[in-house]
Design a protein around this ligand. Structure first.
Ligand code: HEM
Length: 544
């Protein structure tokens, strides 16, 4: 029996199961089976009893009640983390601990909770200790969470060199061209290809956006050789690597399963693929443009050592993985909302006509500086990231016990909690981004909220970008701290996303390009989040 089968047995089937086992075995093994079958029940009873009667240590955050020892609240958290967190907030307040497969995870909600987790010092709250077992088998050695934090901060600085405005200027045209080519080529867009205005066709939104995202990211950041190699073989390698980047891999770093084996094989091949490109570039055997690999090839650490080929290869894999699901899921949700609210799609279209229309039904090419000045497009993306941030849980492992400030743990009692060493802390900006205490009609996707200068959105955005305030250098250049804001789709503090500008540029160009060419409709009800898949969204078909 696997775990879920085991726990789904009703008491009747338990009785049948035990009776059956007893009949088939001689006396003493029968007793053994009986005892073994009762161990879980006894463990559950003890676990419940312990939570009900054991005196609670007032210095620790309250622990979320759970029936199952070890597994803890994993089913509720895994099914719908936001509902779980909102429910827990009602019972326990903004700070509470839940058990997740033997780990103790302390959640700190709200803007103050975000600040506590994301603004914490890396010596006490470590991202590498929380994530390395998940990321290192996928990205590879000597980068990101496989190195001390200060080395990773230097690597983030190197990547920022490849994310320059000069490069961005070249990227807009490339992305637009890739989208146009996709529409002209892909079988799902045959009606568009026939230039028919009478018929409708359908496409799977996540599938299309995933393909467009990888095509555009490889044409720009990843470089010419990667774009030219985007065939079935590359797609399979990517898919095997991605299969090693799931919640199960976070919980169990190594299991004797096929997906883990495929992950390891795919990593070796992918690493070799990038290192071969580097070798050819260095030997002058291939032409290349100003992409990320070119930028990384010129970087040296503070101690004068240049980045090694395997480090560049592994950073490239990390960037590929970091930008793929995040951008394809955000693009998919955006299109779904535009299909649901055609009046917003129409406003987007009109914005395109106003800025780029040539008067004869055609559009002039988009430029980077134009994209930055399109308020409707900007609000549509910001609002989608508010309601559907692709990363809902951001964790750190506690290296040295930390004190949760009283203002956060129990504002009325002036009491602070301690989170012990070895526990995890978790921030969920996704909660503060749809908190009805902060936002009007919080669950409603309404891009117009971003144009109200007095509204919660404007305040949250100013806090996030800290345009007039605090900028900090964590080792990768000055960035807005932004840890106090209720709006943090790209995280905050020293681990803040460095792909933010690229993501806006990529998503903005893709959406503008699609809106210029397609009218979208939703054939069924608006889909709910699906937290069982890593993209947060399953297969959804829409009309165009
Ligand atoms: C970090 C979100 C696109 C590269 C993060 C974090 C979030 C995030 C929430 C913070 C993680 C943490 O604190 O543990 C997003 C979203 C994206 C996006 C919503 C798109 C819509 C990208 C892209 C790239 C990228 C396109 C690469 C070009 C990174 C890197 C980090 C990061 C390198 C730093 C991780 C760290 O310092 O620990 N991102 N990201 N992201 N992201 Fe993104």
């Amino acid at each position: 029996l696997n775990t879920s089968e085991y726990f789904s047995l009703t008491s009747d089937s338990w009785a049948g199961f035990i009776a059956d086992a007893q009949n088939r075995l001689p006396v003493s093994p029968r007793l053994l089976v009986l005892a073994l079958c009762n161990i879980p029940l006894v463990a559950i009873a003890l676990n419940v009893l312990w939570q009900l009667i054991a005196p609670r240590d007032p210095s620790l955050p309250p622990v979320v009640f759970h029936w199952l020892p070890f597994i803890g609240s994993a089913p509720s958290y895994g099914n719908d983390p936001l509902k779980f967190f909102f429910d827990c907030r009602e019972k326990y307040g903004d700070v509470f601990t839940f058990v997740l497969f033997g780990r103790r995870v302390t959640v700190a909600l709200g803007p103050k909770g975000n600040n506590f987790v994301l603004g914490g010092k890396s010596v006490a709250l470590s991202a590498e200790d929380a994530y390395t077992h998940l990321t290192t088998p996928v990205f590879g050695k000597d980068v990101v969470y496989d190195v001390p934090n200060d080395v990773f901060m230097e690597q983030k600085k190197f990547v920022k060199v490849g994310l320059s405005v000069e490069n961005f200027r070249a990227y807009v045209g490339m992305i637009d061209e890739e989208v146009q080519q996709f529409l002209r080529r892909d079988a799902a867009f045959q009606v568009f290809q026939k230039n028919s205005t009478e018929e409708w066709s359908s496409f799977d939104v996540l599938k299309v956006l995933s393909e467009i995202t990888i095509l555009t990211a490889s044409r720009t950041l990843q470089g010419k050789e990667v774009r030219d190699s985007l065939d079935k073989h590359f797609a399979d390698l990517y898919s095997d690597l991605d299969g090693g980047f799931t919640p199960i891999n976070f919980l169990f770093p190594n299991l004797p399963l096929e997906s883990y084996r495929k992950r390891d094989v795919a990593h070796k091949k992918m690493s070799q693929f990038y290192q071969d490109i580097l070798r050819k570039r260095k030997a002058g055997a291939s032409e290349y443009e100003h992409d990320m690999m070119a930028a990384l090839m010129n970087q040296t650490y503070r101690n004068g050592r240049p980045l090694a080929d395997h480090e560049i290869a592994h950073i490239m894999i990390a960037l590929l993985m970091a930008g793929q699901h995040t951008s394809s899921a955000t693009g998919s949700w955006t299109l779904l909302h535009l299909a649901e609210k055609p009046e917003i799609a129409e406003a987007l279209y009109r914005e395109q006509v106003e800025h780029f229309g040539s008067g004869d039904g055609h559009f002039r090419n988009m430029e980077y500086d134009d994209i930055k000045k399109l308020p409707v497009l900007d609000s549509v993306i910001r609002e989608t990231l508010r309601v559907h941030p692709p990363i809902h849980s951001i964790m750190r492992k506690v290296r040295d016990e930390v004190i949760v400030p009283p203002t956060l743990s129990a504002p009325s009692q002036d009491q602070s909690f301690v989170v012990p060493k070895g526990h995890f802390v978790l921030a969920c900006p996704a909660v503060s981004q749809v908190d009805p205490r902060i936002w009007k009609n919080a669950d409603n996707w309404d891009p117009t909220r971003w144009s109200d200068p007095e509204g919660a959105a404007a305040k949250a955005f100013t806090e996030y970008t800290d345009d007039n305030g605090e900028k900090i250098d964590y080792g990768f250049g000055l960035v807005s701290k932004g840890t106090d804001s209720p709006y943090q789709p790209f995280g905050a503090g020293r681990h803040r996303c460095i792909g933010e500008q690229f993501a806006y540029l990529q998503l903005g160009t893709i959406i503008a390009s699609l809106v210029r060419n397609l009218e979208l409709r939703l054939p069924g009800p608006f889909p709910a989040h699906n937290y069982h898949v890593s993209t947060g969204i399953g297969s959804v078909w829409m009309h165009c």
